[in-house]
Design a protein around this ligand. Sequence first.
Ligand SMILES: [Mg+2]
Length: 231
Amino acid sequence: MSWLNPTLGMARLQPKTSPTDLPEFIDPKHLAFDIDGVVADTMKVFVDLARERYGLRHLTKEHLTCYDLRRCVAAPPHVIDELICLTLDDEHTAKIPAMEGAADVLERLAQKGPLRFVTARVWPESIERWLHGLLPQIDPGSIIVIATGDPERKHAILHSMQVRHFVEDRLETCHLLARNGIQPILFDQPWNREPTPFPRVSTWYELAEILQLGRTPASTSAAIMHRSSEG
Ligand SMILES: [Mg+2]
């Protein structure tokens, strides 16, 4: 099941996408971000709740090796469902830690234009408040959050926003975006470590390098070539 929308089935997409390369320059006005698993370390809260409330004391984030948590967490399905609902409720969303470096890089990007986020959450309000708390220096009017309620609706929304590059942690969504003409940049997480044709970044500092934030174009081109060749 999808942990962003518990009512949504896990549609397994066939990886038909061809390898894709990043252009030498990514214009921030054509860039947008997923939130959970990219900006927000959401599964840290899932793991903490699993350990504290359900006694799954062995569990770490590294055990979450698939997006469908029922397949990789040794707990009954109703427990997984309850944990997902708790993790995403308003109270716990407010407590989600940010991925290291995310605020710094987003603040630098905000100097170039509005920040756009597209999430598969059903409701945007709590994660929008979370972003405003993470980025207090940025005018809330320059932080745009769209909640699609369904990862398979992201590409249509992104096209309407003229987004060409999207940072995402769900591999199935990356394949879907690529098939619809949007370049995914995969944000590395334990649940997406299969071989992929997409550029992969492990940290926000690596992403900053690709986006040429504070680096010379020459070093950035080398970084892009390295990333693309890794597959
Ligand atoms: Mg995500």
